[in-house]
Design a protein around this ligand. Structure first.
Ligand code: NAD
Length: 480
């Protein structure tokens, strides 16, 4: 049985407690490795390493720091195949998706923030009475980055790269459900020339090592992506400690489909928006609102296409839908499908689990599920399922569509499907989500602000927003 290790001070080390957790391959339901069950003592060790590394890293010339980040990106690209394999095995996502999206994006994160470090600037404000202000943007110091299981290396590096680019040392924790590619990242960073102690990767449970990262007085900022309840617990924990906090949380994303949409393209894109990564992307559509005049036509075309999606072994090249990430999450999704039935839903397709073939007989597979016939306030339309299940509802006017979309505690992402430019602009402004895609989905420019409102989070990642989060502004006023 392979034992994963923490990465502290440039070395792979066992957890001080000697305790490990099982790591399960979702496609088979079998334990295939174990990860450290780290605790506050491992955090103390990692913080000591980060403290020793900080003074040199924060003043390293930008070109040199950027070159190291580029080297990491190049190394990730060089290891595309083993990393994609590891990600598909660990998470259950189709290997084609890991190869075309997750791993390339992890490399892009490092490249993008290598550039960003050299382009980052701050303000200067001249005053009338012979004085000038300039704002320094200094590294925060030691920061904590905590990430979820759905896009493991992709989201882990989305936090680590800007934190390093801004001159911080990092204590990072991947999800205990998908630790493997984060484990591999340690060696990649070492080979790329990252000085020891600049990035420390700790594995284990949120309640132990995650909470210890949030608690440690020398960790000055926490960047967290995960569920809204966890975000609330972290906010309550760190607020009295006055740490900087960035929260990227859950969603219940609406898609608004108008009669004038480009029909075939919308059907095709929306199937992707609903079921990519088994619906386990925080940006996936889950509430689909369709203008009544095309409701039946759209529903039939959508369901027909969804029926072609059959979950299969993620390691097979042409698999489009893989396994659900874990048994507890599999049970949670099935419980929501049961709840939908109790809430009066008609199941248009799916609605059940399915047994995998051969080595996947004990894996966690759920048929992509489309429902209709529940009210907008039903729990299945209000609570985040985070799996392959979407619900459909008709609407009659733009105002009604907007009202339905905005009736949510969340506010992460929305999609609008229309050829009417004025409507697209009007609704984009009025809809309560941090991200709006018009006639597209998941088209990402890393310079743009990324994040949600309401229960979907506080603050934004991406581009300058991330560089600002990971720096402390200090104003200097000079009278001359
Ligand atoms: P989660 O909240 O259970 O865990 C996320 C991470 O936080 C894990 O590493 C976990 O170990 C850690 N953690 C748990 N409790 C902690 C605590 N008390 N203190 C510190 N760390 C703790 O989320 P998950 O199940 O891994 O991920 C799914 C959720 O993430 C969904 O709600 C999804 O919408 C959300 N998500 C949001 C975004 C976004 O950008 N807004 C992106 C991806 C996923």
């Amino acid at each position: 049985m392979e034992l994963l290790k923490n990465f502290i001070d440039g070395q792979y080390v066992a957890p001080l407690s000697g305790l490990y957790l099982d790591n399960i391959e979702p496609a088979t339901g079998q334990i295939y490795s174990q990860l450290p069950d780290s605790d506050e003592n491992d955090v103390t060790l990692a913080v000591k390493a980060a403290e020793s590394a900080l003074s040199a890293w924060r003043v390293m010339p930008i070109e040199q720091r950027a070159e190291i980040l580029f080297n990491i990106a190049v190394e990730i690209e060089r290891q595309l195949e083993p990393l994609a394999n590891a990600e598909a095995k660990d998470n259950g996502k189709p290997i084609s998706l890991a190869r075309s999206v997750d791993i390339p994006r992890a490399a892009s994160n490092f490249k993008f923030f290598a550039h960003a470090s050299s382009q980052f600037s701050s303000e200067s404000h001249a005053m009338a009475d012979q004085a000038i202000n300039y704002t320094l943007r200094l590294p925060v110091g030691i920061v904590g980055c905590i990430s979820p299981w759905n896009l493991p290396l992709y989201l882990f590096t989305w936090k680590i790269a800007p934190a390093l680019a801004a001159g911080n040392c990092v204590i990072a924790k991947p999800s205990e459900i998908t630790p493997y590619t984060a484990y591999l990242l340690g060696k990649i960073c070492q080979d790329a020339g990252l000085p020891n102690g600049v990035l420390n990767i700790l594995h284990g449970k949120g309640a132990s090592v995650g909470a210890a990262i949030c608690e440690h007085p020398k960790i000055k900022a926490i960047s967290f992506t995960g569920g809204s309840n966890t975000g609330a617990a972290i906010a309550a924990q760190v607020a009295p400690k006055f740490k900087k906090l960035s929260l990227e949380l859950g969603g219940k994303n609406p898609a608004l489909i108008f009669a004038d949409c480009d029909f075939d393209n919308t059907v095709e894109q929306l199937v992707k928006a609903s079921f990519t990564n088994q619906g386990q992307i925080c940006l996936c559509a889950s509430r689909i609102y369709i203008e009544r005049s095309i409701y039946d036509k759209f529903k039939m075309a959508f369901v027909k296409k969804v029926k072609q999606l059959v979950p299969n072994d993620p390691m097979i090249e042409d698999t489009k839908l893989g396994a659900i990430v874990s048994k507890p999450h599999f049970d949670k999704i099935l419980s929501y499908i049961d709840l939908a039935k109790q809430e009066g839903a008609q199941i248009l397709t799916g609605g059940h689990s399915v047994q995998g073939d051969n080595r996947c007989a004990q894996g966690y597979f759920i048929m992509p599920t489309v429902i209709e016939g529940i009210s907008n306030s039903a729990r299945c339309n209000q609570e985040e399922v985070f799996g392959p299940m979407v619900s459909m509802q008709p609407f009659d006017t733009d105002e009604q569509a907007l009202e339905l979309a905005n009736e949510s505690q969340y506010g992460l992402a929305s999609t609008l499907w229309t050829q009417d430019l004025a409507r697209a602009h009007r609704l984009s402004e009025a809809i309560n989500t941090g991200i709006v895609w018009v006639n597209c989905w998941l088209l990402r420019d890393l310079r743009t602000p990324f994040g949600g409102m309401n229960q979907s989070g506080v603050g934004r990642e991406g581009g300058l927003e991330a560089m600002r989060f990971f720096t402390e502004p200090k104003n200097v006023c000079i009278k001359y």
